[in-house]
Design a protein around this ligand. Sequence first.
Ligand SMILES: O=C(O)COP(=O)(O)O
Ligand SMILES: [Mg+2]
Length: 233
Amino acid sequence: MNVGAGRPLRSPKAILFDLDGTLVDSAPDIAAAVNELLASRDLPPLRLDRVKAMIGGGVRKLIERAFAASGAPLLGNALDEANRVMAPIYRRHLTGLTRLMPGVREALTHFHLGGVSMGVATNKPQLATREILLHFGLTEYFGAIVGGDAVTYLKPAPDALLLALAQLGVDPGDALLVGDSGADLGAARAAGMPVILLRGGYSHIPVEELGADLVCDSLFDLPSAMQGLQADA
Ligand SMILES: O=C(O)COP(=O)(O)O
Ligand SMILES: [Mg+2]
């Protein structure tokens, strides 16, 4: 565990959540969007597990990885153009196949009742993020919702986390990030926040190997895992 991480890990003033792979299992919708884009270029579909490993770096990075994996890498203007074509496709595949990750409502209710401020900091575009949270009736839990297009640099840069915390009025040292990937880990470290990573998300590296302050099986376990931390941790 990181020095100084103990108190905000046990009783943070604010918790920021990643979206894809943390609050929602959105990979089936994202794969549907990617495969529709690939089909429009006469390329065969990618399997869900392959697309999962491409999620977490924003939509442009997803497209870049998908075309590279399909043997048709895109660079510069061609990637920009594919990104433009993807935008309306992506918006049609936000909630049809997407489900909440286990324990989301329980964890959000728990922290809400405990007076903890909450926000979302994701590399997914802002409007898509809002639409998904609205679909699942979760918007009201969050005092800040920051998407990847609301900041200059995506996670692992700290920008989205710092903007969300500024909106919540909480210092990074009093807050905690819950995520599923190396991008989340990097962003939290750059922002000076402790980080809990969940198993079962979209990290292509086992989360135990990423160096988080704590690793949990799911959001079901999060409150008890936090309470179980030693007072002097
Ligand atoms: O759009 C993505 O790459 C997913 O973003 P997230 O894991 O930061 O929510
Ligand atoms: Mg994620």
